[in-house]
Design a protein around this ligand. Structure first.
Ligand SMILES: *Cc1c(COP(=O)(O)O)cnc(C)c1O
Length: 230
């Protein structure tokens, strides 16, 4: 299967999931997760009409951004160390993986330097898995209050990476849980916080995520094939 036909197939499945759940397909964005994949494959996807890409490793992203010659939009979705934020400054339009105040403060500081504001999502670790980053559900509301005070970032919603389950139906409760948490944070009516985005769903479970309200699905393997390393 070519990248082009994979993207077409995912778009068809996304639209079907939207129909099942009475949603407008324009409310769901496909983030093509291109980590570990070469610039040539990103360009191939871009020529097939894919405009938005997600990367997880700062160094790799920095290299590839230079190599990709077509106009694309980048989101950063991976675990982020504060000392690397400066390399993302001005180069990504959204960071999905903000899970602690110190990281948010550094993002605020870096975007202040260029006089701009960046959209961010608060990453939540719903199952408290040791191996995954993300704020706990208990900490999320308080963290959202603090993020709302930082002028050079705008909290736009939540992101999660739920436990892997062979049957995507088993992940459904986590997606619903993220939606409920987002509604609770929205109800706080924090200044300049608009909880409109839910970044959830990957190659094997994105249809269920869309049925539960995802506005961004992050899909790698189903577009580009298996990765050589995680
Ligand atoms: C790698 C990655 C994905 C994509 O996973 P696939 O199973 O390949 O679709 C999505 N989100 C995050 C945060 C990732 O690191």
């Amino acid at each position: 299967m070519s990248i082009q036909s994979n993207i077409q197939d995912i778009r068809t499945r996304l639209e079907a999931a939207c129909q099942r759940s009475n949603r407008d397909p324009n409310q769901v964005r496909l983030v093509a997760v291109s980590k570990t994949k070469p610039a040539s494959q990103i360009e191939e996807a871009a020529r097939a009409g894919q405009q938005l890409f997600g990367e997880s490793y700062v160094q790799e992203f920095t290299d590839k951004r230079e190599q990709v010659r077509l106009p694309v939009t980048w989101h950063f979705i991976g675990h982020l160390q504060s000392n690397k934020v400066k390399y993302l400054r001005g180069n990504v339009s959204m960071i999905h993986s903000v899970d602690r105040l110190s990281l948010a403060q550094e993002i605020d500081r870096q975007w202040q330097k260029i006089g701009e504001t960046v959209d961010i999502l608060l990453q939540v670790n719903l199952a408290d898995e040791e191996s995954k980053s993300g704020a706990t559900e208990e900490a999320a509301e308080d963290l959202a209050r603090r993020l709302a005070t930082l002028p050079h970032l705008r909290l736009r919603g939540l992101m999660t990476l739920p436990p892997y389950c062979d049957n995507p139906e088993d992940v459904r409760p986590y997606f619903a849980q993220l939606r409920h948490l987002s509604e609770r944070i929205a109800a706080l009516n924090l200044p300049d916080v608009h909880m409109t985005e839910l970044s959830m769903g990957m190659s094997h479970d994105f249809e269920v995520a869309v049925e539960e309200g995802a506005t961004m699905v992050r899909i790698g393997t189903a577009i580009f094939g298996e990765r050589e390393y995680p």
